[in-house]
Design a protein around this ligand. Structure first.
Ligand SMILES: NC(=O)c1ccc[n+]([C@@H]2O[C@H](COP(=O)([O-])OP(=O)(O)OC[C@H]3O[C@@H](n4cnc5c(N)ncnc54)[C@H](OP(=O)(O)O)[C@@H]3O)[C@@H](O)[C@H]2O)c1
Length: 299
């Protein structure tokens, strides 16, 4: 989206300047030409990028299932040196490690994102000894209830898991990246972080909040060689709806029809890895309607 913003700025600037000299018709044609050329270059880069994570040390929260699990397995196949996967369920993390194809490269960390202070403490000691190149803030929990039925504890948990603990992980990891003058911070957000939908009040709030944080942080850390990459996926076939919280904090326990019809998890993971490798600041993962979401978000 910021890329599109820059492009739009350039388009308007060139258009106005050219209009002053050559009148509307020529200005429009030139602007259109620039737009088409830039889009063609972008599409070419996207279609021809060769994924390679050789030598990279990566941290992935929410690595015990779904998108996090799949990103871990693909990054191992693409040459990553070491991947630290974090979540609450150690048995599931151990399964991902066994199935990764290179268990010696995978380290498991038990981490509960609902406890931001503990997360900060654990991650500070972890990153004191680990030089992480790519930090993927992926762990998350969704919501399936109206706000009026949502207990306040549930509201707080949603903000802690989806937003504040990711900020804690970044807080712990950033000093090392600043020192080394390189690093990528990846926030896995959601379409609900662009368009706010009913039954997702706190989920949307947490994703919008992390999105805003990431955009502000990007401007601060870019001069230090660090990029902030944020992805906004549409529906992906994972356990997200089954694990979603209802108003009293219990699990929803069902697969939503939208999730069942969503993008395959391996495809979502490989597109996310492309966005990471190509350093795409704001990446919308989904079809045409999702791409239009930023322009339609007026509800
Ligand atoms: N699937 C979709 O349609 C979709 C769409 C847009 C965005 N997303 C985002 O994609 C990310 C991954 O979700 P997914 O689809 O892969 O769902 P998932 O299969 O339910 O995975 C969620 C991951 O988050 C971890 N997690 C949840 N609560 C946690 C906690 N309190 N502490 C630590 N880890 C916790 C889970 O591990 P443990 O249970 O072991 O702790 C699990 O590894 C989320 O941020 C989600 O919001 C998903």
């Amino acid at each position: 989206m910021s890329g599109k913003g820059n492009l739009l700025g350039l388009f308007i600037f060139v258009g106005v300047q050219t209009y002053k000299q050559y009148k509307w018709k020529n200005a429009f044609v030139l602007g259109l030409l620039i737009f088409v050329v830039v889009q063609a270059i972008r599409t070419f880069r996207w279609n021809h990028v060769k994924l390679n994570f050789a030598g990279k040390t990566v941290f992935i929260s929410g690595g015990s299932s779904g998108l996090g699990e799949e990103m871990c397995k693909q990054m191992i196949r693409l040459g990553a040196k070491k991947i630290i996967i974090a979540a609450r369920r150690v048995d599931e993390l151990e399964r991902v490690k066994r199935e990764s194809g290179a268990p010696e490269k995978v380290q498991v960390l038990q981490l509960d994102l609902s406890q931001p202070h503990d997360v900060l403490e654990k991650c500070t000691s972890l990153f004191a000894n680990e030089k992480v190149d790519i930090l993927v803030n992926n762990g998350g929990i969704s919501q399936r209830d109206c706000f009026e039925d949502l207990g306040f504890d549930v509201c707080q948990k949603m903000m802690n898991v989806n937003c504040l603990s990711h900020i804690a992980v970044i807080k712990a990891c950033l000093p090392g990246m600043m020192e080394r003058k390189q690093g990528k911070i990846v926030n896995i957000l959601s379409g609900s972080g662009i368009v706010a939908l009913p039954m997702r009040t706190m989920y949307s709030s947490s994703k919008f909040a992390l999105s805003g944080f990431g955009k502000a942080l990007r401007a601060e850390v870019k001069p230090h060689g660090i990029s902030v990459i944020q992805t906004y996926p549409d529906y992906i076939r994972t356990n997200i709806s089954a694990n979603a919280m209802t108003g009293d904090g219990t699990k929803f326990g069902k697969l939503d029809p939208n999730i069942a019809k969503g993008m395959a998890c391996d495809e979502a993971a490989s597109q996310t890895l492309k966005a990471i490798q190509l350093n795409i600041s704001e990446f919308i993962l989904g079809g045409f309607i999702m791409q239009m979401a930023p322009y339609l978000s007026v509800s």
